[in-house]
Design a protein around this ligand. Sequence first.
Ligand SMILES: NC(=O)c1ccc[n+]([C@@H]2O[C@H](COP(=O)([O-])OP(=O)(O)OC[C@H]3O[C@@H](n4cnc5c(N)ncnc54)[C@H](O)[C@@H]3O)[C@@H](O)[C@H]2O)c1
Length: 252
Amino acid sequence: MELKNKIVVITGAGSGIGAATASLMGEHGAKVIVSDMNMKRAQRTVDGIAKKGGSSFAVRANVTKFEEVEALVSKAVEEYGRLDVMINNAGIGGKNQKKTAEHTHEDWHNVIAVNQTGVFYCMQVALEQMMKQGFGNIVNVASLAGLKPSGYNLSYSASKYAVVGMTKSAALEYGRKNIRINAVCPGYTHSALLDQLLNSKPDMENTLKRLIPMDRFGEANEIAEAIAWLASDNSKYITGQTITLDGGTSLL
Ligand SMILES: NC(=O)c1ccc[n+]([C@@H]2O[C@H](COP(=O)([O-])OP(=O)(O)OC[C@H]3O[C@@H](n4cnc5c(N)ncnc54)[C@H](O)[C@@H]3O)[C@@H](O)[C@H]2O)c1
């Protein structure tokens, strides 16, 4: 994959899919700015990249705070002079799995703030820098829940449909500016976020596996491969697209 010396910012890179993506891109020679609101986790990702001979540093940023997102991109540009790739991965699930009428307002506001407004802020700040330099590439981490209803998950589903919509709208606007914008839509993938869902109800694991023709959950490094490919020059004629990685769940 053509990623050598690419300057890449990844949000939510202290855990799960973001950490796996940071690690893979580091292995391919990218210079990775590992961002998370949890610095301990971000530093763990950076240490892992260093062990494999890669180059990265950690920056704390909460994607729901516009000024923190601005400071994050500024740090990347101060250090390397440009931003080649912005990977908007930070995301959360709701705490309560309830039907729409019972969905808590707390879950609604928290999930929309991180998953939807956070991606909007990150795209806006990255685009400003990318417009100045005349090129750029954004990869958003959406979800199968942004393509297909799953139930008991209204705020998450709303936020991920929004990420798919923002990806396509912005790709249309910035194609002529040499900026590509795509998204990945993972299905159920091993991570802290999936563990939270598995622990929400007894027998959840078997219920979910029945929805997966390949009969297993995805692995974070499998999603990372697709993100890294979209972020690389190997995919340079693709924009405004979603790649679904779900073991066939969307077929049902
Ligand atoms: N795991 C799955 O099954 C699955 C499926 C589809 C989509 N996704 C999406 O993949 C992305 C990564 O999820 P994951 O499964 O790796 O989860 P994870 O919980 O393992 O990692 C998420 C990371 O985001 C960070 N984060 C949370 N809120 C943040 C904020 N406000 N600002 C900055 N960082 C913040 C957390 O500290 C954590 O390190 C999310 O957008 C999620 O919605 C996950």
